[in-house]
Design a protein. Structure first.
Length: 255
């Protein structure tokens, strides 16, 4: 897929000039590398923003039309506005056809639903890597690398060295490095041991007393008994006192 974008040379420099460019719908940038000097450029924001939505724009050789002169470049970096959907700055690097480049290429995972691990064992594919750092000549750079999951079963993994890379493309790895690209796992479910432990922790219905069956503690019963005796004693004492007072009054009246 060939992608081309237009730019013009940027003469004004500085923070104020860049701010005025952005207000005018332009994006400041730079193109560097190769045998030429770096050049400050400006691009149309609308055109750049729509192209940046394309996955291939981030992992392909782009033709930069700089005032009629076309160069092969790679998108190396860009800055976005802190809270607006606006590109604040962009960097392009020139490439030479006879020099290998390092580039991160997106991974496309296919045929997971056809794998025995998904169809027969109920597994779920987990994507550990979403892009791969590769080294190749500019003409051999792929837009993406396809990862076929059709032969996977539960518990199995695909590593970087298992991938079928396009001709002329090699993964950038250290000596013994071979990271996992994808694996197939069972969903997180409770094991039989966990279910058995939960069942033992829950008491049987017969062991749970109902409201009517619940007996009062012995201490409460004893307290109630003492309270009744005290109440009776107090009641008796009060009655006796009243009777004594009445008798004394009658004797006084007789005298």
């Amino acid at each position: 897929m060939k992608i081309e974008i237009s730019a013009s040379k940027r003469k004004a420099q500085g923070t104020g000039a860049s701010r005025r460019l952005r207000l005018a719908g332009r994006v400041p940038g730079i193109v560097y590398g190769g045998d030429k000097e770096p050049v400050n450029i400006e691009l149309d924001h609308k055109d750049l923003y729509h192209k940046m939505k394309m996955e291939a724009f981030h992992a392909s050789i782009v033709t930069l039309d700089l005032e009629g002169g076309k160069e092969q470049v790679l998108l190396r970096a860009f800055n976005m506005h802190p809270y607006k959907l606006r590109v604040a700055h962009v960097d392009f690097q020139r490439v030479s056809k006879d020099k290998k480049i390092h580039m991160k290429v997106p991974l496309h995972f296919v045929n997971a639903e056809l794998s025995p691990g998904v169809k027969e064992q109920g597994g779920v594919a987990s994507h550990v890597l979403n892009e791969l750092d590769v080294r190749c000549l500019p003409d051999d750079l792929p837009e993406f690398i396809e990862v076929d999951l059709s032969g996977m079963s539960v518990g199995k993994s695909i590593h970087v060295k298992d991938l079928e890379l396009p001709n002329g493309v090699e993964a950038t790895l250290h000596r013994t490095e071979n990271p996992v690209v994808a694996t197939l796992l069972l969903p997180q479910l409770q094991t039989e041991e966990e279910l058995a432990a939960e069942t033992e922790a829950v008491p049987a219905p017969s062991e749970v007393p109902s409201t009517k069956q619940e007996a009062k503690p012995e201490e409460d019963v004893a307290a109630e008994g003492k309270g009744g005796e005290k109440g009776g004693d107090k009641g008796g004492d009060k009655g006796g006192d009243k009777k004594d007072k009445k008798d004394k009054k009658d004797k006084k009246d007789k005298k």
